[in-house]
Design a protein around this ligand. Sequence first.
Ligand code: COI
Length: 349
Amino acid sequence: MDYTISVNAQTEREVKDTRAIPFGVQPTEHMFVASYKNGHWQNARITPFADITMSPLALCLHYGQTVFEGMKAFLMQDGRATIFRPDKHYERFTKSLKRMCMPEVPRGLFLEALHQLVQLDSAWIPAEDDGSLYLRPFMIASEERLGVKVSDEYLFMIVATPAYQYYAEPIKVKVETQYIRAAEGGTGATKCGGNYGGAFYPTQLAREQGYDQVIWTDAKNHEYIEESGTMNLMFVIDGAIITPSLSGTTLDGVTRDSLLAIAEQKGIQTDVRPLRYREIQEALESGKRVEAFGAGTAAVIAPIKSIAMDGREYDCYLGEDALMYQLKNELFRIRRGLAPDRNNWNYII
Ligand code: COI
């Protein structure tokens, strides 16, 4: 296919000071759009950021045929912009699309669209240490029809927004043993909109009880840890990183994968396996030092200060020498070009 992208750029550029603006509220000046009709992608374009119009009959509005990705661009120390692991995000996007009966986006188009958008809006990449440009590729079913069916028409878009720390403070979480996020055979490993909408109610209840997030457990027995609302989960016990294996009901997080690779390259033991929440509880009860954190694109590393399990609250380790901070720093250094990019994760613009 032809990856020609027409560009209708803003003539007047106005980059806002975005630090005080909440995550995901301030778009950059441009967006990417491509339309899928008659079996192929067409009219790939970069335009000034604007509302889109859509028929009230559009299938995505009724049956939730939507998929998205979350990825980030950074400013390197030498001034170049880099997108972090776009290939890995592309693979996950493609898997999600397949599960949701949506058409694949050619890899070349995905990468070219990201490249051009980031290049055009590079002035929006925050230069501060905790800043990045969050990129949100997404696809929605746009066919106008109320009949319950797989759409024949789609929009693939990419929007971008400056991002800083997703969680300003270490978070309080609770192990959720009533509601579930995903069950075997469902869409848990898919980044589809419905996974997030379905999680709102239990998360809202947890917020009312004073928690920032829930730790989801398996749908059968509520015994095994799955993930948290916006990120994968990792623990450090006895110097080793423990994280639940990807069960098919959890997202294959790019940050999770990167931190595991960094740890392995540094000779830190990693233990990826089904993980009972009671194992964490037992370690905490025995007085062991337990680090707990969320790992995700938006959150990066979100330290967990306490976990509620079976009606009791347990404090996790947050000392300055915690391994999670070392991992976060190494990831930061790779993305900024301050440490060697041994795995070729940076896609430099
Ligand atoms: C991400 O980390 O990119 C996510 O998708 C989580 C959330 C912002 C929806």
